[in-house]
Ligand binder design. Structure first.
Ligand code: SPV
Ligand code: MG
Length: 574
């Protein structure tokens, strides 16, 4: 199976023909590079207009045949390469006479372009909208010859040639426009584009009305840039098959770039740009970083360490209040993305793509793609330990060599990737992330119920400076659980554990033994209700595999109460 683009057995030209044969208007939007092409496709348009206006502007040059044919083809090809819908390339006037057109068609067809559009401006042209510039048209006869040359030059029968007349733009009147349109249709144009810079659509609507009598078999194309109030459906009802929104992606990007740069230049702070920018993750998504990762897995020699993750997400959001009453807590929305989606995104940026989620309360509501699921159907009467046991196959023996590492995390926490990166670099069979802010904020911690606290053996001096940068000897965890007095605790358990295969076995086996024996386990009276800290404590008490602490100062949030939820909303990026 391909891990990149889907295999295609129809050409883009054929695809365009199929789309043209469907009822209703064919919606097309302009692009000027691969990325804007991808955005056009994702917005749901039928085809992409490789706009001369946009491409010229992206080079900061006027739309006046200043760029060469080669430069234009290269951009159209770049757009076509990264998109699955047809590209209709704006070829201006074919970059010369009929002889130039022949090479132009050859170049665009070779580049995979489905259709080209050629206009009857002389070479060099001037953009249809520039005021006060010299505007001349070729003779209809000369331009019809260019259309004939184009149709003769194409190799794929499905390749589409659109002829565009500028007669209305040049002020030569409706009769001339119709005469030219008809001459180009007779010369073999597959479609005819009538361009207008009138503020009212009446001009193009008048053309379309007359066209029905004149050349009903040749569909019409329009570009409603200046007469912008009319809908594609209205245009379609009046006789237009193809509607091109030619330059809006470019113009919106100029506004966004200008405002973003203006804000940074004014405030001298990157955060000033936040209102106008997308997240880095959105960029990764648009450029296919995920696909590249799959390709790396499929085609690069295996090496490095494979890390997987198990998210314990069986609980409900009831404790958070009415917003969470009817959903799993992990599915609580934070500015359009659930906690779990944010966790998966963060894990993915850490190259942890192999993710399993243990569901329980309202399991069907957790349905993210690219995640494996386990069910703890007894979530009401059991604890995290039972949930983790359901997914124990994920952490015990997850790598064939036994060298892999696994993360186990609560489904209600948000975290900075850097702290998990630090956990992953710990040289230990079991390491847990602990937040040492506690030592500076005991009063605040005292006020919060049911916190998982941590006591360290030989706790190192608590200096924030060391917390993120330290490597080397990690302190041992002596106790972890909710019954530790705050005054005796050194840290708070963040809810993220890293285990090697050996660590995973210790964690699972000590718990399994306790379950079989059915006696008190850690702080849990019944081992069935045991928590993740109870499992860790059992391993510590067993004394065979040390549990190490990796320190952090904040860099994470737990969503346990409504106040937490509000704080999380304020903290996350949209
Ligand atoms: C373009 O987008 O380059 C076009 C359409 O040709 S227009 O700018 O309206 O002429
Ligand atoms: Mg153009």
């Amino acid at each position: 199976m391909s891990v990149s683009q889907p295999r295609r057995n129809v050409s883009k030209a054929q695809l365009l023909r199929e789309r043209l044969a469907k009822p209703g208007p064919l919606l097309v939007a302009g692009a000027h590079h691969g990325l804007s092409g991808v955005l056009v496709e994702r917005a749901g348009f039928d085809a992409i207009w490789a706009s001369g206006f946009e491409i010229s502007a992206s080079f900061a040059t006027p739309d006046a045949n200043i760029l060469t044919m080669g430069e234009n083809v290269a951009v159209a090809e770049a757009i076509d390469r990264v998109t699955g819908i047809p590209v209709i390339a704006d070829c201006d006037n074919g970059f010369g006479n009929a002889i130039n057109v022949i090479r132009c068609i050859e170049a665009y067809e070779r580049a995979g372009i489905a259709a080209i559009c050629m206009e009857d401006n002389i070479f060099p042209k001037r953009c249809s909208f520039y005021a006060g510039v010299k505007r001349e048209l070729e003779s209809a006869e000369e331009f019809a010859g260019k259309i004939k040359a184009a149709k003769d030059a194409q190799r794929d029968d499905d390749f589409v040639v659109i002829a565009r007349t500028e007669a209305l733009i040049a002020g030569w009147g409706m009769d001339e426009a119709l005469k030219r349109g008809k001459a180009y249709a007779d010369a073999g144009a597959d479609l005819v584009l009538i361009h207008s810079k009138s503020k009212s659509p009446d001009e193009v609507l008048g053309f379309a009305k007359a066209w029905k009598e004149l050349a009903p078999k040749t569909p019409l194309v329009c570009v409603p840039t200046i007469y912008k109030g009319i809908s594609a459906e209205q245009l379609h009802d009046s006789g237009f098959k193809v509607v091109i929104y030619a330059n809006h992606a470019l113009r919106s990007s100029i506004k966004a770039m200008r405002d973003t740069l203006g804000a940074i230049a004014k405030e001298h702070k990157a955060a000033a740009a936040d209102p106008w920018i997308v997240s880095l993750e959105e960029v990764y998504d648009l450029v296919g970083v995920d696909t590249m990762k799959h390709q790396e897995e499929s085609f690069l020699p295996a090496g490095g360490e494979r890390v997987n993750a198990v998210v314990l997400a069986a609980g409900s959001g009831k404790a958070v209040g009415p917003v969470g009453a009817e959903i799993p807590k992990a599915m609580l929305d934070l500015k359009g993305k659930s906690i779990l989606e944010r966790q998966v995104g963060a894990l993915n940026t850490l190259a942890v793509k192999d993710i399993a989620v243990v569901r329980g309360f309202q399991a069907a509501k957790i349905n993210l793609p690219n995640v494996r699921y386990y069910e703890n159907t007894e979530y009401e009467t059991t604890g995290e330990a039972v949930s983790l046991l359901k997914a124990s196959a994920e952490i015990v023996g997850h790598s064939k060599t036994g060298e892999g590492r696994s993360l186990v995390l609560y489904g209600d926490i948000l975290f900075d990737t850097v702290i998990v990166q630090k956990l992953l670099s710990a040289d230990a069979d079991i390491a847990i992330l602990v937040d040492r802010t506690l030592e500076q904020a005991r009063a605040e911690i005292e006020a919060r119920p049911r916190l998982d606290l941590v006591q360290l053996a030989n706790a190192p001096a608590n200096t924030g400076a060391r917390a993120i940068s330290a490597s080397g000897d990690l302190p041992d965890v002596k106790r972890v659980g909710q019954q530790i007095a705050v005054a005796e605790a050194h840290a708070e358990f963040v809810g993220i554990v890293m285990v090697t295969d050996k660590g995973a076995r210790a964690l699972v086996e000590t718990y399994q033994r306790a379950l079989e024996a059915g006696k008190k386990f850690g702080e849990a009276a019944d081992p069935k209700t045991a928590s993740l800290p109870d499992m860790l404590q059992a391993v510590i008490d067993d004394g065979k595999v040390p549990v190490k602490a990796v320190e952090t100062f904040k860099g994470w949030m737990e969503v346990d109460t409504f106040e937490d939820y509000q704080r999380a909303w304020a903290a996350v990026a949209g």
